[in-house]
Design a protein around this ligand. Structure first.
Ligand SMILES: [Zn+2]
Length: 78
């Protein structure tokens, strides 16, 4: 994962952009559009970056990642 993604994720947690809704369900603000937010679980996200990852890397056995999934990880550790 890129440093930029990690930085974005950290920022999202710092500004309170991560809200826990249920045991494995979070609502996370979009970093590009504050009006927007995504529902995220520990291994899936609604954002275009996450969806595109599987479109471009389909069948390679890779796991998608995005700043929102990373934000949950930071959120849980903090
Ligand atoms: Zn995402």
């Amino acid at each position: 994962m890129s440093e930029a993604t990690k930085r974005k994720a950290k920022k999202l947690v710092e500004i309170g952009g991560v809200i826990k809704i249920d045991e494995d369900l979070y609502q996370i603000k979009s970093s590009s559009d504050p009006e927007k937010s995504y529902f995220v679980t520990s291994d899936s996200c609604e954002c275009p970056g996450f969806k595109n990852f599987y479109k471009f890397h389909h069948g390679k056995g890779l796991k998608a990642n995005c700043s929102h999934l990373e934000a949950i990880r930071i959120f849980k550790d903090s």
